[in-house]
Design a protein around this ligand. Sequence first.
Ligand SMILES: *[C@@H]1O[C@H](CO)[C@@H](O)[C@H](O)[C@H]1NC(C)=O
Ligand SMILES: *[C@@H]1O[C@H](CO)[C@@H](O)[C@H](O)[C@H]1NC(C)=O
Ligand SMILES: *[C@@H]1O[C@H](CO)[C@@H](O)[C@H](O)[C@H]1NC(C)=O
Length: 306
Amino acid sequence: MPNSKSSVLVFLFSHFFFFFFVLREAAPIYSSHVCTDSIKYQPNSTFQFNLNLLLSSLTSNAAKGSHFFRTQLSNAINGLFLCRGDTLTTTCSDCVSAASREIERRCPVQKEAIIWYDLCMLRYSNQSLNNFVPSSEISNTETVDPKNKERFNEILAGLLNSLAAKAVISHVDKFETEEVNFTRTEKLFGLVQCTPDLTAFGCNSCLKSAIASVPICCDGKLGATVLLPACNIRYELFPFFNTTPSSNPPAIRSPPSGRSNFSVILGFVIPIVGVVSLFAFGFCSFTGKQGRDMLLSWRKKNLPEV
Ligand SMILES: *[C@@H]1O[C@H](CO)[C@@H](O)[C@H](O)[C@H]1NC(C)=O
Ligand SMILES: *[C@@H]1O[C@H](CO)[C@@H](O)[C@H](O)[C@H]1NC(C)=O
Ligand SMILES: *[C@@H]1O[C@H](CO)[C@@H](O)[C@H](O)[C@H]1NC(C)=O
C-alpha cells in the first residue's frame, strides 16, 4: 500500500498548484448557449468534419490576434467568433478555445449553435447566420433601492443610449464603454458591442433591441447583461472592463420628477428611433436584400409569437 502521508502531501500540493497557478489564470467564464434542436447531423458525417475544420479555423485566427473572425466553409457551414473589445490576444484566444470545446460538448449533434462567454461569443450554422437570432439575459439578483429606481433607470437609459450612439458610428470595432456617476459614491459602468461586420443600421437595430429588453428582463437590477448574436450590452455598479482614458464623459442629467414607468421604458427606446431613421436610407441602399433579411429576422424576434 502506498504511503498515505505522501499521498496526502501530493493531494495538497496538487490542489495548491491548481488554485495558485490554474485559477489565477482567470479561466474563461461560460455565460449561456443555444442549440437549434430541429437540425441535426450524424456523428462522423461530412458536416462534423467541416464543423471541426471551422472550429479550428476560428481558434487559430483568435490565436493570431483577431478579435472578430467570420468564415464560411465549402458553402456548408458559416461561423464566427467575437471577443470583447478590451481583451488581450491571449485572453481572447483562451476564451475562443474554451468556447469551441464547450459548444461541441453542449450542442453535440446540432447544425446550428451559439455560445456566449463573459469575454467572447462563438457561433456556427449550416444556414445564413442572419436567420438565427436567439437571445439570453443574465441579471444581478440584487435590485436598486425603490427610492432611487427612477433616477437609476434614467441614468442607465442615458448611459446605454449614449454608448449605442457611439458604437453605431464607430468605424473600428463597434465597442464602447463608459462610466457615469450614480450616487455620490457609486458609479454605473456600461458596455456595448456589435460584431464589426454590421452596418450602422444593423448595429443600431441590434443594440436598440438589447436596450429595449432591459426594462423587461432586468427591471431595477443592479447589473445585467443582454446577449444577442450580433451585439451585447452590460451594465454594473462595479468596473468590469479595462478602462481606457475616455475623452468626454457625458454630464449626468438630473432626472425630472414624477415620471411614470411607461415613460422610463420609452426613454430607453425613443432616443434610438431617430438614429434608426437616420441610417435607414443608407442601410437600404447599401445592403439590399441581406439587410432586409436581417431586419426581418430582428422583427420576427421582437414580435411576440401568436
Ligand atoms: C466515428 O469514428 C471513430 C473513429 O474513426 C469511431 O471510433 C467511432 O465509432 C465512429 N462513430 C460512429 C457513430 O460511427
Ligand atoms: C441545414 O440542415 C438542415 C437539416 O439537415 C437542412 O434541412 C437544411 O436544408 C440545411 N440548410 C442549408 C442552407 O443547407
Ligand atoms: C462624479 O463624481 C466625482 C466624485 O464624487 C466628481 O469628482 C465628478 O466631478 C463627478 N462627475 C460628474 C460628471 O458629475
